[in-house]
Design a protein around this ligand. Structure first.
Ligand SMILES: [Fe+2]
Length: 210
């Protein structure tokens, strides 16, 4: 029986501020954006094939259905993480609001401690460093991902997303990641991050640590 699939995704247009950052160039962002567009196209392509894939032949070692499901996680997480990444940039001069500050402080002790840990996470990872709100303990955690679809922790929502693939900085910094991460922090769009946090019920106190 055919299943109903979601509507086609379309690549969102980047805000102008993304092209005017200090430390991450317009060319770097433009090249990076083409990769995001590619993940949007591949998500649509995979979703268009899924309804017709042979479910009766599903097999964990190899099957068309398995391959489509696995690569959907790569393509769609590529879309989601890049949108979170692009939109949490372009906000030089913005500040965390009271709720965001409180959430970071109760999760890490201080903004500085959060930043130091996210930077180390970004150096240790091969693809992404993600500050995510975990709904099970009402805290933020800095999680690592070597690829879009690796090591994700379930029931947690990305709040601040740092792309550490070389493609994110090679035009501006060659293979030197630390100065790119410094530029990332300088350009964080706290107005956007505040919006993400404002949408969360963060509770009174963190629950028992996970
Ligand atoms: Fe990327």
């Amino acid at each position: 029986m055919a299943i109903t699939m979601p509507k086609e995704l379309t690549a969102k247009q980047l805000p102008q501020a993304l092209f005017e950052m200090d430390g991450i160039s317009r060319r770097q962002i433009e090249e990076h954006y083409t990769l995001y567009e590619g993940y949007v196209k591949k998500t649509n392509e995979i979703r268009s094939k899924l309804p017709n894939a042979d479910r009766a032949a599903a097999n964990q070692a190899f099957s068309e259905f398995r391959e489509l499901k696995v690569e959907l996680s790569f393509a769609l997480d590529g879309v989601k993480l890049h949108e979170s990444y692009f939109w949490n940039l372009g906000g030089a001069g913005s500040q965390p609001n009271q709720k965001t500050r409180e959430l970071i402080e109760r999760s890490f002790g201080s903004i500085e401690a959060w930043q130091e840990d996210l930077k180390a996470t970004g150096i240790a990872g091969r693809g992404w460093a993600i500050t995510a709100f975990d709904f099970d303990d009402n805290r933020l955690h800095n999680y690592i991902a070597d690829a879009h679809n690796s090591y994700g922790i379930w029931n947690a929502m990305p709040v601040i997303v740092l792309d550490t693939y070389e493609h994110a900085y090679v035009i501006d910094y060659g293979v030197k990641r630390p100065p790119y991460i410094e530029a990332f922090f300088r350009n964080l769009n706290w107005d956007e991050i505040n919006k993400r946090v404002d949408g969360l019920d963060i509770g009174e106190e963190p629950r028992a640590a996970m």
